[in-house]
Structure formats: structure tokens, C-alpha cells
Write a protein that binds this ligand. Sequence first.
Ligand SMILES: Nc1ncnc2c1ncn2[C@@H]1O[C@H](COP(=O)(O)OP(=O)(O)OP(=O)(O)O)[C@@H](O)[C@H]1O
Ligand SMILES: [Mg+2]
Length: 267
Amino acid sequence: MTASTATETGAAIVKLEDVHLSFGQTEVLKGIDLTINKGDAVSIIGPSGSGKSTILRCINALVTPQSGKITVAGTRVDQLTKESERIQLRKRVGIVFQQYNLFPHLTVLDNIVLAPTKILGADRTATVKLARELLEKVRLSEKADAYPGQLSGGQQQRVAIARALAMKPELVLFDEVTSALDPETVGEVLWVIRDLIRDGMTSILVTHEMRFAEEISDTVVFTENGRIVDHGSPQQIFHTTDNPRIRQFVGGLSGGGRGAVRDGEGI
Ligand SMILES: Nc1ncnc2c1ncn2[C@@H]1O[C@H](COP(=O)(O)OP(=O)(O)OP(=O)(O)O)[C@@H](O)[C@H]1O
Ligand SMILES: [Mg+2]
């Protein structure tokens, strides 16, 4: 099954074709087909253990499938053999995790400047300027000289997003980036992601924020037990699907379950 929002295959930036992946004896991905076009926002939803994070990790060459093709921005990711080639790919594909993993001994600004200057060899002055622009974008200009330990979880996560953007990625993967946050800081992180998507950043989000996924996604993909069970517009997946499993899952979460966006959070 292919999740695609454009008719032109030439516009595909991510393509997974019949991807199978096992960890030892455990088959985790059982034939994933997924096409994502440049500029799209795609949400992946589904129960715990269904393979959502593993799909993102495949796209970013953090794990390699046993079979199937993965093409990301023209690179055959499944055929990369050297770590140096994987690092090249990761320069172009940002990933933000639930845990922000900022360097505690570096200021916010230096956390953002580090990778572009060290890994890309970018000019420090230009990168500092970019970092300040990104801090403005994530609404944290006043925290440039603070240390991560002085920030709230939501603020740290916004720094982590700015850090990913500083590499000027061609697409960004978000893996449950609000799941570890206090409810009152979830909204500020979602604001930032919404802005990015509106700016046209190609984004793949694994999320439990159903209302947010409904609002910002071009396509929603539902995974279960290592397979894409269905995909479609938010309207289809959240409202008109006749798949009882999806209805149950979506209904359960939007009824106030784990991570569901709550009313009155101003997002
Ligand atoms: N490195 C690993 N070694 C062994 N098994 C793994 C590894 N990573 C993931 N798995 C297993 O693969 C399956 C899919 O995991 P994955 O993390 O992709 O699920 P998920 O849909 O992201 O779940 P969650 O919503 O809980 O984050 C799970 O059964 C998990 O235990
Ligand atoms: Mg996961």
C-alpha cells in the first residue's frame, strides 16, 4: 500500500518499497510501502510496538532492513554500507526524538551552532546568525545564553528542533516529540512544528497528538503489527474510515487518552 499525496512520482522525497526488518527472530516491519512527497506533512499513528519509530529509523539509516528499497532524496539508503555514507545522509535528514539530548554544558546557542560548524564545517559567524534566527523562530531568542538545565522541557525541545533545523535538512522526522512533556508545554512545541509545516518543511511525525495530526497532516498513516493498515487524508482516517481497528484507536485517543490534545491549550 502506498501513501502518496501527489501524482508525480518525481516529487517523491522518501520512498519505502516492501521494507522488511527483523530484530533477531522478531519481525518488526512486514512489508512497508510509503511514498512521501516534498513539502508534505505525514503523520504516522498506531499502537505501541507497531513499528512507527522503526520506520523513521530506517529512513534515517539508523537501522537497515533485511529487504526492500528505501530511497531518500535520491539516495538508496538500504544500500549504504559505510558509516560515513550514513552520516552524509543524516546531515540531510533531521530527526527529533522524545528525549531532547541537548549538551548540558553548552549554552542554547552553542548547542545549535555545534553540529553545523563541526560536522558541516560551516562558518561560525554565519552559523551564530542562523542560530539566532532559528531561536527567534522557535520563540526562544531570550534564552540564547541559558543552559539546558535552566529551561523547561518544552523549551528544551524547541532548542532541539532549532538544532535540527540548523543543519538545513531536506526533511525532518519527529518521533513523539511531545510525549515526555508536561501538558502545559506540549502546545508551545506543537506551535513550532505547525509553523515549520506551514513554511513547507517536509515532515514525518510519529505522534499521539491526534487533533494536531488531523490539523496539520496531508496524509495520515496507520500502522499496526509491522504493517501499514491504512493511509489517507485526515478526514478519511479520523472520520470516515470503516476500519473498526482505526476507529477504535482514534476514538480511544481523541477521547482524552494518552497524549491527546486537550481543550483550552491554545494550540
Ligand atoms: N533495537 C531493537 N532490538 C530489538 N527489538 C526492537 C528494537 N527496536 C524496536 N524493537 C521492537 O520492534 C517493535 C517495534 O518497535 P517500534 O519502536 O518501532 O514501535 P513504535 O510503534 O514506535 O512503538 P511506541 O509507540 O511504543 O514508540 C517492538 O516490538 C519493539 O520491541
Ligand atoms: Mg516509537
